[in-house]
Every structure is written in structure tokens, then in C-alpha cells.
Design a protein around this ligand. Sequence first.
Ligand code: 3DU
Length: 226
Amino acid sequence: LLVVALDPPFGRNNDKRALNVALETSDFSAGYKVGLPLILEEGVFVVREIKESTGKPVIVDFKLADIGEVMLYTTRKLLEYGADAIIAHGFIGVNGALDALISESKRRGFHLILVTSMTHKDSERFIDKHFEELLRVAIDHEVHGVVVPATKPRLINIARRILGSKFKIYSPGIGVQGAEPGSAICAGADYEIVGRLITRSESPRKAAEYVSRTQRERWVECHGLQ
Ligand code: 3DU
């Protein structure tokens, strides 16, 4: 239920590396999300390091939004460095853009995850206006999953209803951005992506344990024992 977003800086004194935080939290995490900040901070080899040390999948989140050729090159490089899943923007569209990643994901077996809405205010002005169309792109091209913010539980409900159970819903926005741990799970998400609440806490392990326990409790409350 938990994906830890490993965005630096870590810990109170900024002396922790991503790998330490990943190892401390691995008992409670289904996987890790790595973005540009971490790769610029520690280098791209951190992807394989985290994957091999924790045994958990690593999602690389560059929120790709470019022409197909450029996204494909970037993705192939990231796969070489150990990425298990790639996040791209849905709004960039399929023809000439996502089509390259969709066919590569089927060929190579990595997971493609599309952003369909974001937590920040102006997502409403632009991206959210196309929310249901973006879900449709995910369905029509059978991608692995979508990103829908935990701060917008109504959109998670809609996404779950439209997507059915075949697609994974990943929800960021827990903790620092305002949503409560377990709230997106309750609304229908499969995973909550949690960054600073865990990575900046004095004890990432304890914070991850707390989030994980709360998620499981909320799961039972909202969906019953399954
Ligand atoms: O707010 P946090 O520290 O828990 O980090 C949230 C992570 O999720 C962070 O890596 C960011 O890139 C990602 N994310 C959002 O915060 C909001 C979105 O709409 C999409 C992704």
C-alpha cells in the first residue's frame, strides 16, 4: 500500500542518503519512487542500488512529457539503470508521444504509469479538465496505472469506477500536502506515495510503520476484510 518517495534532503541534518532511508523503511514499503532531485543529488546509479539493496521495485518519476523519440531514449536509459516503472504525463497525448512508451512497455515489460491529475492548485485549470479523457488513454492503451492525487478523493472514486480493478492507482499528497495516511486507500487507490512525512522525519522507519499501520486500518474500515 505504501510507496516511499525518496526526494532529498533527508533527515534533520541532511546527512542521510536515500539508500539509508530506503533500507530503514523497506519492511513497510511496497516500492520506492525516485525523481530528478535524487538523481541530480546522488547520480543515476542510486536506482539500482535501492532496488538491489531493498529487493523492492523502483519507479522513476521524471513526469516525462516530450516527443516519443526523446521519451523513449530516456526510458531505455532508465531501464538500463534498473528502473521497474516509469511515470509520464498523460496530457502529452498518444500520437507521436506516448505511443513510443506504450509499445516499449509491452515489449520490455516495464510498468508505464500516467499522470492524470496533480495536487497543485493549477492542475484544475489545465490537467483536471481532461481527467476522464486521460483515464481513457490509460484504459485504451492498457498501461499499468495512473497517478491521482490523495488530496482529491472524489477523483480517486471516479478513477476507480471508470478503471475497474485492472489498473493501479497511485496517490501522492499524503502528509505535508495535507491528505491523511489511508485516505486515498479508502477512496480506492492501490498505493499511497509518501515522501517528506517519512523522509524528513527523525525516524523514517517509525514514520513508515505508522503510515503502513494506518493504511491497513483504514483499508479494513473502508473496504472490509478481504
Ligand atoms: O509531498 P511529499 O513529500 O509526500 O511528496 C510527494 C511526491 O509525489 C513527490 O515526489 C512528488 O514529485 C510526487 N507528486 C506530487 O507530489 C503531486 C503530484 O500531483 C504528482 C506527484
